[in-house]
Structure formats: C-alpha cells, structure tokens
Unconditional design. Sequence first.
Length: 355
Amino acid sequence: MTHLVTGAAGFIGFHLVKALLAKGDEVVGIDSINDYYDTTLKIDRLSQLGIGSDAETWSLPIRSSRHAGLKFIRMRLEDAGSLAALVAGGPFDRVINLAAQAGVRYSIENPRAYVDANLVGFLNVLEACRSAKTPHLVYASSSSIYGMNESRPFRVGDHTDHPISLYAATKKANELMAHAYSALYDLPTTGLRFFTVYGPWGRPDMAYFKFAKAILSGGTIDVYNNGDMLRDFTYIDDIVDGIIKATARIPAGDPSWNPANPDPGSSRAPYRVYNIGNNNPVALGRFIALLEKSLGRPALKNFLPMQAGDVHATEADVSALERDFGWRPTTSIEEGLKRFADWFLSREARPTGKQ
C-alpha cells in the first residue's frame, strides 16, 4: 500500500516509516522540521532513512538513497493548498497524521502554536482527505485527554470533557473534528490515544530523555510531585505495531450504536478511537532506578511539587485494541529502557558530526 505519513521526522513517525518500508509498503513522508526541539535529531532521523540534509531542496520531493519506496517533502500542515495538492495527487491508501505541536507544559506558555498546528493543521488534513476521498485516515490522539478523570484504567468509554492543558484540549478537539467528518462525509477515521511513548530516537523534551542527559553529565534531575507519579510507559515498537494493525482495517459504522447510551469510542459513522498503551503503569521512582541501572550511573534528584497540566497517574485499558486487532504490548519496561540506554550511550559517545 501507499501511505502518507505526516510528522515523518518525529519520534513515532520515523519509527513508523521504517516499519512500513520494511513490510514493502511505499511511503511519502512530510514534516515541517520545526525547532520545538533541536532539529539536529530530526535531521539525523531522516538521515537514517536515506534522506539528505540539503535544506534548500527539502521543499521539493526527495527520494531516499536507501529506500526506493520512500519520498520526503518538507511541508507544514498549516499550508492548506500544498497539503491538499499532495493528498489529491497521491493517491494514498492511507493517511497517517502524526504531525502536531507536542508537549503539555509548552502549551501553557505557547498556546497559539497548538491552535495553528493541532487545530488548523488537522482541519487541513481532514479537508484534504475529504476532497481526495482517502480510504482511511489514522491520527494521533493522546492519553492527556483524560484530564481530571481519576478512574483507572482509562477506558475509551470514559468521559474526556475535563482536559487540564491546551495540548489535551486540542487532541480532544481532533477526535470531535474527525467524528464530524466521518459523519458528514463518510470519511473513515481512527484515532489512537498514545500513552507516554519512549525508546531510541525519542524526543529530548520528554522526561526520560532529560533524565538520561542529566545523569550522564552529572547534573540534577527534576522529580515532580516528589516522585509520587505513575505512568503507562509504552515502548516505541509496541506503539508502531499497534498503529500498523489499526491502519490495516477500515472502520465501518456500527449499526448497533445506541444514541441513548452513546459509546465515545465508536459511532454509526465510520469512526473509531482506541487506547494504545502498555496497560502496566510504572512508579516514577522505579522508572528512574531502572534508568540509572541501564546507564550505569546514579541520579542526583531535585524533588518538586506537581507541575500545572500534569496528572498523577495514567493507565490504559487496551481491551478494545486487543479485541479488534489482537494487539498486546510485548516489551517490558526493563527491556525497553535497556534498549533506549544503549542507543543513548552510543549517540553520546559518537564523534561530533558523525551518525
């Protein structure tokens, strides 16, 4: 099949593109290469895919030097005309939207960036797919939409009407926008609520990446809520496997859906939402201890109160994804952190300017 993957230079997008190419599919990847975090990491990910770093030509389609089935274009989702022309000219069997302005804490200080990328950008994706009659749109949502909900594990059927960050609110809005397009235009959409994704080539704004960097440099790590937090850390390979399984099946409307007792995860429209997490939350203290062990060094800890926009615990009920696709996470936190630490140590040890 032929896929359009947005956010292809991002953490999840990079790994997904590799997996799709490995199974013989063709991919067109787009990314804005914005500077939310160090663009060197994004460029290095693209280099691993055989995409050169000549910024002057990135606005034109670049063929991979390593994969005949891959092309890359530097593009912003906010560029509605270019995006619509690309999707119309595909044709694409699937559009997988992973591009977004990420980060809960960053959204508190930079709210307009989230409106532009996550609302306007996603609307442009929906419009492009509607016009091109794309067979299936899969898009990234987030566990953060559960907000003030303290009922664990988080179930897709839980109410998600009380987000506590603008980032979470935009992800909730994406699900509502997708449903509207599924209902109005019969556009099949599948939303995936990711739970704390980690692994090699991860995002440097994530806590585990910051922890690793500080531990190796002898710096201090900030431990919020005095370490009293639980997170459903989910390894990148499990996330990618779930995306591919969900992408393969085009959702259909559920004729048994009951409007008097509506299930938020399905609809009479061709619309589905799933949790995709490890279903095994880990205490932050244990997570740090395992990271220390994997890196071979202790951490200096600075204990702080809870930050605005954070939640105490996340835990995914993944029974719907297991029921519909036979998906279960297989990577333990011990193995996942060991793989991340090995990659991180090798990257830190590389000569400057080398891959």
